[in-house]
Design a protein around this ligand. Sequence first.
Ligand code: AMP
Length: 210
Amino acid sequence: MSNVLIIGPPGSGKGTQAGRIADHLGIVPVSTGDIFRAHVKSESPLGMEAKIYMEAGDFVPHGVTNRMVRTRLNEADVSNGFLLDGYPRTRAQVDYLDQILADSGQRIDAVLQVTAVDEELVRRLLIRAQEAGRSDDTEVVIRHRLDLYHEQTEAMVAIYADRGILARVNGMGAVGEVTERMLLALGTVTPENLEARASVAQRLAGGTLV
Ligand code: AMP
């Protein structure tokens, strides 16, 4: 299992879990939020552009995000596998990711979706705001980010469910417990799903995206 996605609402602990799961699978964690934050910190042109959207809790425009992901996924260190955190977040980004991977004969092998209750997420994020001082962790922005997640990202996950490669995991509980659940869930994404993947590859080759 080499190319894995982790999807979850803000505050679900997906960043922490991404690092742990990637270590376990021996693949490289790639977080679009972290890449954006590094650009903001170094005040690069990309960072200056992304900052406005991030502080408002909005999606950074797809053109900018897609280019950044394509560049990152073409780097040598991810050629043996990656765990992508924070991308895709919309159906359009799923299509784009499919194209990036199809261009290099790859595919997504499994998708982990972390679930959590909204009020617990808001509570955790407000604590993180005090501890880490992230500028997008104010209550108004947190609720906006949650709304975007429910409206766009959750709907997008159905695409991976249809492909038979989605594993949903309850993100509530101790960090180690959730990691265990995720590794177990990944074990359920098995070769039986190959048929679904093959049919996706066929549709892609025919130029029709699912
Ligand atoms: P995260 O750390 O994943 O919560 O991402 C922090 C912020 O970075 C988001 O609220 C967006 O502003 C931006 N961002 C990260 N990933 C994406 C993406 N796939 N599409 C658009 N914006 C993104």
